[in-house]
Write a new protein. Structure first.
Lengths: 332, 471
C-alpha cells in the first residue's frame, strides 16, 4: 500500500470516528471534545504568531474574548439573528480589534510585543469588568438564545442538543484549522517563517515585513475570534474570567509549549494532552493547576520543543541507530 | 423620619405577634429536624469522611475547593457531609422502595464559569448525581441551575443569594433557593437601622462587583427607602472579586463621612476588607453578611470587631440554646472539633456548628427530608413535595418554600457583635461566650418574615396572581 493510500485511509477512519463520536462516547465526552477543539484552534492561532512568525503574545485572550463577547452581544440584542451571522459577528469583532492594534504591533517584536499584548489584554479584561451595563461585568453575558442552524426552507437543526452542536463546532473549528494549515503551506507561509528566522533578509529580498506581520496578525486574531465565538455559544456564557483573564492568555502558551512550538500540529496535540491531564487529575485532586504547571516545567527543562519535538528527536535517533552501516557516510 | 413612640410600640407588638405566629408556624411545619433522632456522630471526621458508594442518593457539592475561595468549599463540604453522615448512620432514606445511603461528592469549580459548567455536567452525566448543591457565587449558581434545567436534576441553592437567579429569565423549576436572598438581607439591615436601632444615618455601600454584590446593594437601597427614608447613602463602590488592596476604597469611604459601611463581601475579600480597615485606623462599623469568620475576627481582636452588625439566616433572639436537643446537637459538633478533627477543620472557623455552617447543615437536612417524603429521587416527585413545603430547623425557625418561584420565606436576625463578657446574652451555656479573643454575637433582633419577604418577579408567569407571601 502506498503512503498516499495509507493517509487517505487514516483520514477516512478519522472522519468516521468524528462522525460517530457522540454515539460512541456520550454527551459528556462529546462536550469535552468540543472544548478540546475550541482550545486547539485557539492555540493554533497563537502558534501562528509564535511558532511561524516569532511573535510571542501574552494577551491573545483579547481576540478570543472579543469573538466571544461579539457573538454573545449580537445574540442578546439582535432578535432572530441566525447562527452563522452570529459567528461572523464574533469573528468581525476580533478582526476589528486586530485591525485597530495591527499598525502598532507589526512594528515591534520581542519583549515589547509580548508586554504590550499583556497590557492590552489586561485593559480588555478590566473594560469587560467595568462596563457592566454592556458586558455584564464579573457575571458576563449568559443565557442568550442559541439559534438553530438553518437553511431556509430546507432544514433547521436545534443547536441546544449537545450532539448537534458538536457537529457544528467540529465543522467550524475543523475548517478553520484546515484553512490555517493551508496558509502555512503556501508561499506566504514560507515568508512567515522567513520573518521569524531573519526579518532583515526577508526585507532585503523585497517582501514587506510589517505587511506580512499584519496579515498573520489578522489571521491569528480572526481564528482566535472563531474559537471565542464557538466557546461563547457552547458555554451559553461569556465572562471576563472565562474569556479575557490573563490565564486565558497563558493557556495557548502552555498548550503550544507542551505540544511543540513551530509545529503546526503541536498546539493541537498540546490541547489534547492538557485536556486528558485535566480530565484525569480533576477526578482525584483539586490541584489541577499544580499538576499542569509541573508538567510545563518538565517540558521546558527536558523537551523545549514539546512532545512533537521529542517525537522528531526520537525518530531521528532511531533512524540513525537502525540505518545500514556506512549509510551515514558521505558519498564519495 | 422618627417614628412616634406609639408606632414603635406597634412595631414591637407586631414583632411579638409574629413571633407568636412563628411559633404557630413551627407547630404547623410539615416536617422538622428532630435532634433526638440524631445518630451517634462520634465517628464523624471530615478529613476521613465515610462516603458510601453503589446505589446511593448522590449530592454533588459544587464549590471552590481550590484557589482563593477554597475555604468556602471546605465549609460547604463539612456541612453537607455532617447531615449525610447522620442520615447514613440512621440507616439512610427509603426511596423508590429501597433504603439508600447519601453519598456526597466534591465538585470543584475553582470559581471559574467554564469550569462550573464542565464540572456540573460531569456530575450529572458521569457521576449521575441526584442533586447539585451550590455555591459560592451567584453567577456560578446561574450556570449550575442551567445545567440542572437542561438535564432535569434538582439543584439546591443553599449559599448563592441573588434574587435574579429566580426571576423570569433565570427561573428553573428544578432549582430551589433554601437560603435567604439578597433583597431580604438588604431590607433586613434597612429595617434594623430604620426601625430598631435608629442611630446612624449615613451609609456607604462597598460590594463585590458581580451579580450578588449589586443585587445585595439594590436590596439595601430598597430597605433604606422603605424603612429608613431619612437615611443618606453617601456612595457605593464595587470591587473585583478577590481583591488584595482595599485602601483606595476605604480612604474614599472615610472621606465621605459615612457612619456605617454596608458590605456583603465574603472570604477572602471579607477578611482583607476588615483587617485593612482596622489597620488604617478606620473604626466604622460594618453592616455585613459574612464578616463572621472567627479566624479573621481574631486577627482584628475584640476592639476592632465590637459593633459589627451582622445579618443571619440562622440567628436566634435571646439565647441560642433553648432546648436540651439544641444543646445536644451543639455539643456533638463542638466536642468532635475539640477532640477529633485535624487541619483545617480544627481551626476556630469550625468551632461552632452554628451561624452559616448551622444554616448549611439544616438546609441539607431539609433537602433530605424532602427526598424522604417524596419517597423517590425522581425530580418531579421532589418538586411536588418541596413546593409549598415548610421545615422547622434545629433552632426552631421555620422555612417555607414559596411554590411559584422556589424561594424560602423566613424570619431573619440582625446581630450586634459585643466583647466576650457580653456574649452570654447569646451564648447562654458554659463558658458563656462564643470566642474569648474577639467580639461576637450578643444582642440579636428578629426581623419578622413579613417585613423581608423574598423578592418576587411578577413577570414570572407562575407568580402572576400570587402575593409575596406566596398565596
Amino acid at each position: 500500500m502506498t503512503r498516499r493510500a495509507v493517509r487517505w485511509l487514516a483520514g477516512v477512519a478519522a472522519l468516521a470516528v468524528l462522525l460517530a463520536y457522540p454515539s460512541l462516547f456520550g454527551i459528556y465526552f462529546t462536550n469535552s471534545f468540543v472544548t478540546f477543539g475550541i482550545f486547539a484552534l485557539y492555540a493554533v492561532s497563537f502558534n501562528l504568531l509564535l511558532g511561524f512568525t516569532g511573535l510571542l503574545s501574552f494577551g491573545h485572550a483579547m481576540f478570543f474574548g472579543a469573538g466571544g463577547y461579539g457573538t454573545a452581544l449580537a445574540l442578546t440584542h439582535l432578535k432572530g439573528l441566525p447562527l452563522l451571522p452570529a459567528l461572523a459577528l464574533g469573528v468581525a469583532a476580533a478582526l476589528a480589534l486586530g485591525v485597530l492594534l495591527a499598525p502598532l504591533m507589526v512594528r515591534i517584536s520581542g519583549t515589547a510585543f509580548a508586554m504590550l499584548h499583556l497590557a492590552f489584554g489586561q485593559l480588555m479584561y478590566v473594560l469587560a469588568l467595568k462596563l457592566r451595563t454592556i458586558t455584564g461585568g464579573e457575571d458576563g453575558i449568559g443565557g442568550f438564545p442559541i439559534p438553530p442552524f438553518s437553511v431556509p426552507g430546507v432544514l433547521s437543526v436545534d443547536m441546544k442538543t449537545p450532539a448537534n452542536f458538536y457537529y457544528f463546532a467540529v465543522a467550524v473549528l475543523g475548517f478553520s484549522v484546515f484553512a490555517l494549515w493551508f496558509v502555512t503551506k503556501t508561499p506566504f507561509g514560507c515568508v512567515m517563517v522567513g520573518v521569524r528566522d531573519n526579518p532583515n533578509r526577508v526585507a532585503y529580498l523585497g517582501f514587506r515585513v510589517p505587511h506580512t506581520k499584519a496579515v498573520v496578525y489578522l489571521l491569528a486574531a480572526g481564528s482566535a475570534g472563531v474559537a471565542g465565538s464557538v466557546f461563547a455559544m457552547f458555554q451559553n456564557l461569556v465572562s471576563a474570567d472565562g474569556a479575557l483573564h490573563v490565564f486565558v492568555s497563558f493557556a495557548p502558551v502552555q498548550l503550544t509549549m507542551i505540544g511543540g512550538v513551530g509545529s503546526f500540529f503541536g498546539p493541537i496535540l498540546g490541547s489534547a494532552i492538557f485536556g486528558v491531564i485535566s480530565e484525569l487529575t480533576s477526578r482525584y485532586t483539586e490541584r489541577v493547576e499544580l499538576v499542569s504547571g509541573a508538567i510545563l516545567i518538565l517540558v521546558i527543562m527536558y523537551a523545549p520543543l514539546g512532545v512533537i519535538g521529542m517525537w522528531h528527536a526520537a525518530r531521528a535517533r532511531a533512524r540513525a541507530r537502525f540505518a545500514p552501516r556506512g549509510a551515514a557516510e558521505p558519498a564519495r | 423620619m422618627n417614628l412616634p413612640r406609639q408606632a414603635l410600640t406597634l412595631v414591637v407588638l407586631a414583632s411579638l405577634l409574629l413571633f407568636g405566629v412563628a411559633d404557630a408556624q413551627a407547630a404547623q411545619a410539615k416536617a422538622a429536624f428532630d435532634p433526638d433522632k440524631m445518630a451517634d456522630m462520634s465517628d464523624f471526621d471530615p478529613n476521613k469522611p465515610v462516603i458510601p458508594t453503589g446505589d446511593t442518593i448522590k449530592i454533588a457539592v459544587v464549590a471552590s475547593f481550590s484557589g482563593p475561595a477554597a475555604v468556602v468549599g471546605q465549609i460547604y463540604f463539612i456541612s453537607v457531609q455532617w447531615a449525610a453522615h447522620d442520615i447514613n448512620k440512621r440507616g439512610g432514606i427509603m426511596v423508590d422502595g429501597k433504603r439508600k445511603l447519601v453519598e456526597v461528592i466534591k465538585a470543584n469549580h475553582a470559581s471559574q464559569p467554564a469550569e462550573t459548567k464542565k464540572v456540573a455536567e460531569r456530575m450529572v452525566l458521569q457521576e449521575k448525581v441526584n442533586v447539585l448543591w451550590g455555591t459560592d457565587g451567584s453567577h456560578l449558581m446561574k450556570i449550575i441551575n442551567q445545567v440542572a434545567d437542561k438535564y432535569k436534576v434538582i439543584a439546591q441553592s443553599a449559599s448563592a443569594l441573588s434574587d435574579e437567579l429566580y426571576d423570569t429569565t433565570n427561573f428553573s423549576r428544578y432549582s430551589f433557593m433554601s437560603s435567604f436572598s439578597t433583597e431580604q438581607i438588604g431590607r433586613a439591615i434597612g429595617f434594623y437601622y430604620g426601625k430598631i436601632r435608629k442611630k446612624e444615618k449615613k451609609f456607604y455601600i462597598l460590594g463585590q462587583d458581580y451579580l450578588f454584590g449589586h443585587s445585595l446593594a439594590d436590596g439595601f437601597k430598597k430597605g433604606l427607602k422603605e424603612y429608613y427614608p431619612e437615611a443618606t447613602l453617601l456612595g457605593e463602590d464595587y470591587h473585583p472579586l478577590f481583591m488584595k488592596d482595599f485602601a483606595p476604597y476605604l480612604q474614599k469611604i472615610k472621606a465621605s463621612g459615612a457612619e456605617v459601611i454596608f458590605t456583603g463581601d465574603w472570604i477572602p475579600d471579607a477578611e482583607n476588607l476588615l483587617v485593612q480597615a482596622r489597620q488604617m485606623g478606620i473604626k466604622l462599623p460594618f453592616a455585613n453578611l459574612f464578616l463572621d469568620e472567627p479566624n479573621m475576627l481574631h486577627r482584628v481582636g475584640v476592639d476592632g470587631t465590637t459593633g459589627l452588625v451582622h445579618v443571619s439566616q440562622y440567628g436566634a433572639e435571646g439565647g441560642a440554646f433553648k432546648t436540651p436537643g439544641q444543646i445536644k446537637a451543639y455539643k456533638a459538633w463542638n466536642t468532635l472539633w475539640k477532640t477529633k478533627w485535624g487541619p483545617p477543620y480544627n481551626t476556630r472557623l469550625y468551632e461552632h456548628g452554628t451561624g452559616n455552617i448551622g444554616s448549611y447543615i439544616q438546609q441539607t437536612y431539609w433537602l433530605l427530608s424532602v427526598i424522604e417524603r417524596a419517597g423517590s429521587t425522581d425530580p418531579e416527585k421532589i418538586i411536588k413535595v418541596w413546593e409549598n413545603d415548610s421545615y422547622q430547623l434545629l433552632n426552631g425557625k421555620v422555612l417555607t418554600m414559596r411554590s411559584c418561584d422556589h424561594k424560602a420565606i423566613q424570619d431573619l436576625h440582625v446581630e450586634e457583635y459585643v466583647p466576650p463578657a457580653k456574649q452570654r446574652e447569646s451564648f447562654n451555656i458554659p463558658p458563656y461566650f462564643w470566642y474569648e479573643g474577639t467580639s461576637s454575637v450578643g444582642p440579636s433582633v428578629a426581623i419578622p418574615a413579613r417585613y423581608v419577604l423574598p423578592k418576587m418577579d411578577k413577570s414570572l408567569a407562575r407568580c402572576k396572581d400570587k402575593s409575596e407571601a406566596g398565596e
